[in-house]
Design a protein around this ligand. Sequence first.
Ligand code: IPM
Ligand code: MN
Length: 363
Amino acid sequence: MGTYTIAVLPGDGIGPEVIEQAVQVLQAVANHYGHNFIMTQALVGLAAIEAEGEAISDVTMELCQQSNAVLFGAVGGGARFEGPNSKTQPENALYRLRKELVLFANLRPVRLFQALLNASTIKPEVLQGTDLLIVRELTGGLYYGKPSEIHETPQGADAIDTLVYTEAEIERILRTAFELARGRRKKVTSVDKANMLSSSRLWRRIADRVAADYPDVSLEHLLVDSCAMFLLRRPASFDVIVTENMFGDILTDEASMLAGSMGMLPSASLGTRQTEYGVFGLYEPIHGSAPRAVGQDRANPIAAILSAAMLLQYSLGLKEEAKAIESAVEHVIEAGCRTPDVQEVGKKVVGTKEMGGLIAETI
Ligand code: IPM
Ligand code: MN
């Protein structure tokens, strides 16, 4: 039994709809196990720009700093792109949270539910046995490198982005991947573009050096284009994949399709700060704001609910409670309930609220 503080940032689009269900499931866990989750809501993204003038206010940043963990929905949906440094670009909320809270390790597990093998566009016999974890570096690389700008010149415009990594940044994300592999099938695939990029050659050199400290874990190097192909061809062969920020962004959307829908996949962004109970982190579904699905009660809340499970596991040290959420999700899927994104003939289609309610009830 204990008291835990969670900052809840539902954000934009379907964010509020799926986070409402995740909060309900956390409440069910609190009631069942006798915990006190103090959940404080705040605005981020478009909602915050409208009400507070910026994508995330200093007060909300402070709330996150003071909490044991952050539960995040989604931001964005507008089609204006002013660059992530602009305070009126909704994505600036993620940009600031990741950098200022030092959330350098983004964990995106792809675990398939046996009952959903047919929901994917990939053949079931290829998918069988897939259980992988992508560890994406989240605070470096192209997203944060300077300069990053467009120049207007009389000869026409030009633009530059900078892919920069320090040895220390590469080393800490690789160590995270090796540590996580120790708790799994002990295989790390380091993904880079070492045939073309200097940052990747440094990445590979450090991967080899770190691997020497983990003789029980095997390391393979893969070029990012090959990795994109092998994810579809032999997904079950991967255990832990570790890669830089933008490669990870792209590969995780691809990998999500193995699970049938982005609506199934949770994520954790872990920081460097230890809380009383575990490591501080931010937890969010990987699907984004999906503006076209808003207000129709058809968004899949499972990614958000499984993100809440990861929150319990990593930031609050509540492993049994996290397992209880995962089992409840599995139970409801096995029982044949599906949101429209993973709908199949012969299964019962349920809405966002009903799916969340069924999972909470099962707890
Ligand atoms: C993600 C998203 C973000 C990213 C966007 C919303 C900035 O696509 O978390 O994968 O590119 O990192
Ligand atoms: Mn992405």
